[in-house]
Design a protein around this ligand. Structure first.
Ligand code: C2O
Ligand code: CU
Ligand code: CU
Length: 572
């Protein structure tokens, strides 16, 4: 072969090998204090050839915008459901009032706008939002509905870390999907194809410097054992709920469903090279999600117990003012103290044979505390400001990523062993390994339940494998404040609403200044919910400009008594 032909054929090979990749999509961003999120059924060309895939998206074709918020800011969400089904949107990892949390109780019917708001109390880290409708989470997450929520704070902002979104600070939303022959998503626990930011066979160009990846496991079930193809070190800088004390060098990080990790990788010496981020799942144990090699059946998939690519990286020239060194310290975390715990709550995970819905594996599934989730039963009342140890004993053979709403926690031990450095910060998901032989696994974490007492609205705890959660591997707790509760039944709640008729703004006046609104719901004459307003600020009235002409009912739940008053008004 002459040199020319060799060069030409090498070039051809490199074009062909580039062509097998798709450029990775980066979610759009929104920032500020007011966020408009419209959830809708849509479609996207995800598979290169053939039909578009029917998807669910927020403001776009799938997934949703990355929301940037600042610690200390009050943020307002306008969540409009344009799906044909009800849904909910949960702010995973956020410390906020239960009534704003978007769990299975805050159902948003079709054509309804839900307006939660809260003051951001979380530390800088990568959080996310996703549907949480009971028994429908797997289906709605499969459609692609969700998004990232990135909190910034003063400590993180003062560190020399990469933070140019999409350039040296790159979100990676990991999931996998099974496509039908007509390119449609099947609602199954494991997919045959890796999707990184909803892109098949993703590639991305990064600069030859320190690059940050914010990685979310948004899969229905699979865990990803993340590493680089040349086995280089990367530095873990943040877990679910905040920065670690210092970067932790690792070559693998096993990320379970619902978890996030932020890593830095130094590519300063790699100009012109290509490397892959991979899932080294061939090394996973049989009872870690993705470690089983199911060939057929409901769990059959092409990625089980295999190593596969997550992202192909092409390393190109540096940006201006690149970060080229990794800081040696990040933050001083003050962790919760076991001595401050008021109670140890003992939970169990076990196998069950009584599951009715959804039917994937017949009646076999996994349960918490020996029972299936019951929407109407509160499992625990947690006194406000309690510091608690939660001790989860699992006799299940399978490992489960356990998640709790409301709080970030510190892992105390996994089977008696203290967490590794990368797991020693703030977490909201902890992996509960399967039992060893006949010995149950025991995981302990510690959390403080400050703020947000609410007797009415619960927070959830559950397995973050959406299939298990839908099957009923979930429970709920309320945070209670027992000071000053008296019998408030049958008290008078005099309210005036005006003007009536109205068109853009409706004012609501509690004639007793001790009273205020806990929840306001506006429904049209046919009983369809239009607006859901948790704890609305009524000072400037309610914006009803989106309502068409007609008669509406407004139902107002009073805050202290939790009694409901219903009124009628007209939009003209
Ligand atoms: Cu991300 Cu209740 O979950
Ligand atoms: Cu959550
Ligand atoms: Cu599970």
């Amino acid at each position: 072969m002459t040199k020319k032909i060799l060069v030409a054929s090498l070039l051809l090979i490199s074009i062909i090998s580039k062509a097998q990749y798709n450029n990775m999509w980066i979610p759009d961003t929104l920032s500020g204090a007011n966020f408009n999120l419209t959830i809708k059924d849509t479609f996207a060309q995800i598979v290169n050839k053939g039909n578009q895939t029917i998807t669910g998206g927020i403001n776009g074709k799938f997934w949703g915008p990355t929301l940037f918020v600042n610690k200390g800011d009050e943020v307002h969400m306008n969540v409009t459901n344009k799906l044909n089904d009800s849904t909910t949107i949960h702010w995973h990892g956020m410390h906020l009032p239960a009534v704003m949390d978007g769990g299975p109780h805050q159902i948003i019917p079709p054509s309804t706008t839900w307006q939660p708001y809260w003051t951001v109390k979380n530390d800088a880290a990568t959080y996310w939002y996703h549907p949480h409708l009971h028994e429908m989470s797997m289906e709605q997450i499969t459609k692609g509905i969700g998004g990232l929520l990135i909190v910034r704070d003063a400590i993180e902002s003062s560190l020399p870390l990469p933070r140019t979104y999409g350039i040296d600070d790159i979100p990676l939303v990991l999931t996998d999907r099974d496509f039908s022959t007509s390119n449609q998503f099947s609602v199954v626990p494991y997919g045959d194809s890796m999707l990184t930011n909803m892109t098949l066979r993703a590639q991305y160009t990064i600069p030859a410097q320190v690059v940050r990846f914010r990685i979310l496991n948004a899969a229905i079930e699979r865990s990803y054992n993340i590493g680089f193809s040349d086995n280089r070190n990367f530095q873990v800088i943040a877990s679910d709920g905040g920065l670690l004390n210092a970067p932790v060098p690792l070559t693998r990080y096993l990320l379970h469903a619902g978890e996030r990790v932020e890593i830095l990788v130094n590519c300063s010496a790699d100009l012109g090279k290509s490397i892959d981020i991979k899932a080294y799942n061939s090394t996973l144990g049989n009872f870690v999600a993705g470690g089983e090699a199911f060939i057929a059946g409901p769990f059959g998939n092409a990625l089980g117990k295999k190593d596969f690519n997550i992202l192909h990286l092409n390393i190109s020239s540096q940006t201006n003012n690149p970060i080229i060194a990794i800081p040696s310290a990040l933050k001083t975390n003050v962790l919760l103290k076991v001595a401050d715990a008021k109670i140890t709550r003992k939970l169990t995970i076990s196998d069950s044979t009584g599951v009715t819905k959804p039917v994937i594996l017949g009646p076999n599934a996994f349960i918490l505390n020996h029972k299936l989730f019951n929407m109407n039963a509160i499992d625990y009342s947690v006194p406000l400001n309690n510091t608690e140890i939660w001790e989860i004993t699992s006799s299940s053979v399978f490992g489960h990523p356990f998640h709790i709403h409301d709080v970030e926690f510190n892992i105390i031990s996994v089977n008696g062993i203290a967490p590794t450095a990368a797991q020693s910060g703030w977490k909201d998901v902890v992996f509960i390994p399967g039992k060893t032989g006949i010995t149950s696994s025991v995981v302990k974490f510690i959390a403080k339940f400050d703020d947000f007492a609410d007797e009415l609205h619960p927070f959830m705890f559950h397995c973050h494998i959406a299939l298990h959660e839908d099957e009923g591997m979930m429970g709920q707790f309320v945070v209670t404040n027992t000071t000053g509760i008296n019998d408030l039944k049958n008290i008078e709640i005099p309210i005036s609403i005006y003007p009536n008729p109205t068109n853009n703004t409706l004012f609501i006046q509690f004639n007793n200044s001790q009273q205020s609104a806990y929840y306001i719901t506006i429904t049209d004459a046919l009983g369809r919910t239009k607006l859901m307003l948790p704890k609305p600020d009524l000072t400037n009235g309610i914006d009803i400009s989106q309502l068409n002409k007609g008669v509406y009912h407004i139902s107002i739940v009073e805050n202290t008594s939790k009694q409901t008053v219903t009124k009628t008004f007209v939009v003209n």
